[in-house]
Design a protein around this ligand. Structure first.
Ligand SMILES: Nc1nc2c(ncn2[C@@H]2O[C@H](COP(=O)(O)OP(=O)(O)OP(=O)(O)O)[C@@H](O)[C@H]2O)c(=O)[nH]1
Ligand SMILES: [Mg+2]
Length: 312
């Protein structure tokens, strides 16, 4: 059973316009008007895949599998080639889709604790607002904590989101230790019998060791209130950064166990192909995707719908 499933296909489709242009429409153009799909055409498509952020290995793999499929298939029409590529893309995403087990976990752990981390401006605070809304709509009692004590406006920004989502917030004071806010938030959540705690953190560059160590400290302190926490540590990455999202995942992973990725701003980028590369690496599962700035613009990552939205 899933905790919440928010998939708005039309929104996803329009959000992926730029990626569709860059990835699928170029493939369609390459195929169209070709009486026979030969090796040269497949190489052109391979090039499109590589330059659409799917990564070299993934692109080669897809084309190789397409070639094999087409060999045993009499139908070498452009439509069949396109359908074959679509199927391969789907398989890549599905091969690493995780069963969402949050719901059972939320019943088991009180409170269920989610830590949100990422580089500056990735969309952490916005995503927390959206997550809070979804969890609240699922009937859960949510408390969010502002452990971004670095930026003066951070607290205010999270408060606005808390109000929009209709959930309680534990505020921070600029300059305070972020771990203490995290501590207070979970303590309050225990007292109030909240189901879910979401902790916001300051944006940090994975190259800055002191800031990365601060994350480890937040984790240690959280575990003092409830020893199993955090249940999830979501890394928020900006879809616009393409390849860099993978680097961030690797670097953050050195300091803290990342249990899931949230890829934001897919509505503003042509680099949505990066999701295929992320899934192909089978390193960290993508859990949610951001397709807009509104509170309802966080969607459950659904492989089939993602590919369908790209191809429609
Ligand atoms: N278009 C679009 N914009 C988004 C999305 N998610 C976040 N944003 C925008 O990205 C900008 C940065 O978002 P924040 O939530 O403040 O990012 P942050 O990671 O908390 O930033 P810091 O706390 O400064 O590190 C804001 O203008 C958001 O509206 C999305 O899915 N789509
Ligand atoms: Mg923030």
């Amino acid at each position: 059973m899933k905790l919440f499933k928010n998939v708005n296909f039309d929104k996803l489709k329009s959000g992926l316009n730029k990626t569709r242009d860059k990835l699928v429409n170029r493939i369609t153009e390459t195929l169209s008007g070709k009486a026979q799909i030969d090796d040269a055409t497949l190489e052109e498509i391979e090039e499109i895949l590589i330059t659409s952020d799917l990564g070299y290995d993934t692109a080669i793999d897809i084309i190789e599998k397409t070639r094999v499929t087409l060999k045993s298939d009499k139908d070498r029409s452009d439509l069949n080639v396109l359908a074959t590529i679509k199927k391969e893309l789907e398989l890549i995403l599905e091969s690493y889709a995780v069963e969402q087990t949050e719901f059972e976990l939320v019943e088991k752990y009180n409170p269920f604790v989610i830590l949100i981390v990422g580089v500056n401006g990735a969309g952490k605070t916005t995503t927390i607002g959206k997550l809070a809304r979804n969890y609240k709509n699922a009937g859960l009692k949510v408390i969010i904590g502002s452990a971004d004590t670095f930026r003066a406006a951070a607290n205010e920004q999270l408060e606005i989101w808390a109000n929009r989502a209709g959930v309680e917030i534990v505020q921070s004071v600029t300059g305070n230790d972020p771990s203490s806010v995290a501590f207070d938030t979970i303590t309050l959540a225990k007292e109030k019998g909240a189901d879910i705690v979401i902790i916001d953190t300051a944006g940090r560059l994975h190259t800055k060791n002191n800031l990365m160590n601060e994350l480890s400290k937040i984790k240690r302190v959280i575990a003092k209130v409830v020893d199993y926490a955090p249940n999830e540590t979501f890394l928020v990455v900006d879809g616009n950064t393409g390849q860099n999202a993978l680097t961030q995942a690797k670097e953050f992973g050195k300091f803290t166990d990342i249990t899931g990725l949230i890829v934001t701003k897919l509505d503003g980028t042509a680099k949505g192909g990066i999701l295929f590369q992320i899934c192909a690496e089978k390193n960290i599962p993508i859990r949610y995707i951001g397709v807009g700035e509104g509170i309802d613009d966080l969607q459950t990552f659904d492989p089939k719908n993602y590919v369908k939205a790209l191809f429609e």
